[in-house]
Design a protein around this ligand. Structure first.
Ligand SMILES: CC(C)(COP(=O)(O)OP(=O)(O)OC[C@H]1O[C@@H](n2cnc3c(N)ncnc32)[C@H](O)[C@@H]1OP(=O)(O)O)[C@@H](O)C(=O)NCCC(=O)NCCS
Length: 383
């Protein structure tokens, strides 16, 4: 971080600069520990559900039996998407990336569910959060079907959030293990302090923009390959490598050219990301039901070989390293991996949006101007 009288504290990428106070989640990157509202992510992955975890993130405490029942009921109730929204999505180009479709559709939702500009009531806040959490899976699954010319599969009220999502994506009711694995994947992706997309949410929220606009901005941030898009890149990399015996030369070439290996490294974690540990365990469970997968061997070999070189610099597998392998095993196309991230992270984004409602200070950082000053305007004929 540069520090002098003219520029104050300048830290590219705002690394290490606190920009808000938040009670939603905390990370210890040196030991690889992540907590939502003070509860270890491993305990949530083992004992909670995505529905319950979303309540925890939004309201700061675990729900009572009654509260959890209400959340389940409301999330089921909001699953259906208006036909006008579906019709709008049908007009998107078939080649559209599902993240672009999702971002556009969520932005458009603000027109269908307008909110007044004054203070929102507790009920309005709850309703908008549940509406978005509930509808994102329907939107992702509907686009996945419509781009192939098929009608969307309507959501089912008798399935959990995770099972219904898999059902709408694949047309098949998932096994209990598949449902559990999707549920845990959603839990571990639901929140992660002030990453780029969450920062986009709170910057947009600070202008008092409506929540659909805030979540649309977050989805746009998540789409980039340095953030959510990395899990797609991991699978492309594993496919490009093709066989385990090619891993060593691939790594060698990449590192010699100073190129990054997808799915390794994290701004905060200097050890293996705890979410990568959980996702790797899930994958192993899946193989017991569905058989081995050669891509996993390639990924394990990358992890093993990079341990002594990159690992020594604190560059270790992040959440994206194993998530794609799990999703592929569940039969999900590669370009839906980042939208699934959004389906999970929307709970965290909304928790931050809700938290920021009490802050009312617009973000307005400063810059270090490096351009010319006092230049004369040159008329066109003299240029
Ligand atoms: C996530 C990421 C952007 C973090 O970036 P960062 O904290 O700003 O780290 P930097 O880019 O400053 O990297 C620090 C050093 O580690 C190296 N490094 C970081 N990630 C690397 C990777 N995946 N492969 C090889 N080298 C890597 C950098 O080249 C740099 O080396 P140098 O000190 O010799 O210049 C970065 O690790 C990355 O691009 N990873 C791959 C993409 C990815 O998986 N993203 C998902 C994150 S959840």
């Amino acid at each position: 971080m540069e520090k002098n009288q003219d520029i104050g504290c300048y830290s590219p990428g705002l690394a290490g600069i606190p920009v808000t106070k938040s009670a939603i989640s905390s990370v210890d990157g040196t030991i690889g520990h992540l907590e939502y509202r003070g509860i270890n992510i491993e305990e949530l992955a083992e004992q909670s559900s995505f529905e319950e975890t979303s309540f925890l993130l939004l309201y700061g405490h675990l729900p009572s039996q009654q509260e959890l029942m209400e959340v389940h009921e409301k999330l089921r109730h909001h699953r259906r998407v208006k036909f006008r929204i579906r019709d709008m999505m049908k007009c998107f180009p078939e080649s559209a990336h599902p993240m672009d479709s999702l971002q556009t559709t969520v932005a458009a939702m603000g027109m269908f569910y307008p909110l007044s500009h004054g203070d929102l009531t507790v009920e309005q806040i709850r309703s908008v959060c549940l509406n978005l959490i509930s509808k994102l899976p329907t939107l992702v699954a509907a686009h996945a079907r419509m781009r192939k010319g098929d009608d969307p599969i309507p959501p089912r009220d008798d399935l959990s959030h995770a099972a219904n999502f898999l059902y709408m994506l694949t047309g098949n009711e998932p096994t209990l293990l598949m449902e559990r694995i999707m549920d845990v994947a959603l839990i571990v992706h639901a929140e992660h302090t002030l990453n780029a997309s969450t920062f986009s949410t709170i910057v947009t929220a600070s202008t008092l923009a409506d929540p659909y606009t805030c979540i649309s901005a977050a989805i746009g941030s998540l789409s980039g390959p340095l953030h959510g898009g990395a899990n797609e890149d991991v699978l492309h990399m594993l496919d490009e490598i093709g066989t385990v015996d090619r891993v060593e030369s691939y790594l060698h070439e990449k590192l010699a050219k100073k190129e990054k290996i997808s799915g390794l490294g994290h701004r905060i974690y200097k050890t293996k990301d705890p979410r990568a540990v959980l996702l790797q365990e899930l994958y192993v469970q899946l193989t017991q039901e569905m058989g081995e997968d050669p891509t996993y061997e390639i990924a394990s070999r990358i992890e093993e070989l990079s341990r002594s070189t990159l690992g020594a610099k604190g560059i270790c597998p992040n959440v994206d390293f194993y998530s794609g392998i799990v999703y592929r095993k569940l039969g999900i196309p590669t370009d839906l991996f980042t939208p699934i991230f959004a389906v999970a992270r929307v709970s965290g984004w909304l928790a931050h949006w809700k938290e920021q409602l009490g802050v009312s200070r617009i973000y307005r950082p400063t810059q270090i101007y490096t351009g010319e000053k006092g230049q004369a305007y040159i008329p066109m004929k003299e240029r």
